[in-house]
Design a binder for this molecule. Sequence first.
Ligand SMILES: [Cu+2]
Length: 365
Amino acid sequence: MTSLTILLVLVLLLVVFGLLFRLQILTAIFSGSYVRQIGTSNRVNAVLMLVFMVVGGAAFFWSFAENFGKMNPPIASIHGHAMEKMFWTTMTVIGVAFVLTQALLFIYSYKYQHKDGRRAYFFSHNNKIEVIWTIIPAIVMASLIFAGWKAWTRITGPAPKDAVVLEVMGKQFNWLVRYPGRDMKLGVVNYRLIDASNEFGFDLSDKASMDDFVASEVHVPKGHPVLIKIRSRDVLHAVYMPHFRVQMYAVPGMPTRFWFTPTATTDEMRAKLGNPKFDYELACNQICGKGHFAMKLKIVVDEPDDYVAWFAAQPPVSQNADLMASFKQMSKQTGLGKGGSQGAKEAATEETGETPAPLAAQASM
Ligand SMILES: [Cu+2]
């Protein structure tokens, strides 16, 4: 309280001094004894404006060019090209406007620096200019938004019925992955059944759950639509897969989704980049806590045959003894998982689509 009072007194003193100073100048002006002092600082600042524009501008373009490869990795999905086109159209339009207005800002600051005897031209408004700078940006923005809306609607439309489905769940601090197993149906999960062995909260009283499997990395087949269902177990995360131009939030309590078609296998991308260690990655793109930086997951794009082989080799959760034991115990404790979970049947059982082409042979076995 004392320090607050002292601070308040100091602030008030400063205000009083400021007012006294102002009063002194005003008195001088009215008495006619005031001479305006324009030192060299005005000229120095005017020149610094130009220096800042040139040096700052050059540094900006240098850093942009230097990191361009990191910001713009090669595209490995079909919709990625439409997104890329939209992005660069928008960047070009706003980039031109940005460079033009910023250049004028600095050049005019230099050009119209103080000069004795020169007065600024004053006009209250100009209808013609107002109309021009309202209508042109309005038309440009509206066309950008319309084109963007069309592209986005197409990209985020419903996934094809035979898409490969998998579920990714974000948690502090890693990603968990679940596949539907041979029945192509993700089983019911319930967050109240979650524990150390049953990280997804599988409700194994649901038959569709029994053949689901969890994986430590994402596998998807090349050239085939993939629907990723996204959930979060705790806070806001984001699924970000730069090469596929995919980003979607993982929101607790609100399942989201994104579908895409990968166009290059991991091996093909390795050859293209000349980097035998390259891996696609799914990174969290939403600062979600202290372990955020480490929250990434490897994605493998396989040839369809390799994908089927990998899929078939994954052990279903029903073969996981720890998980089964944990489910039994948790369902006893919570009263859940006895002939249909009474908890929310989360949006997991809605796949009634067709079996994905690469897996069709597998499913009929
Ligand atoms: Cu995260």
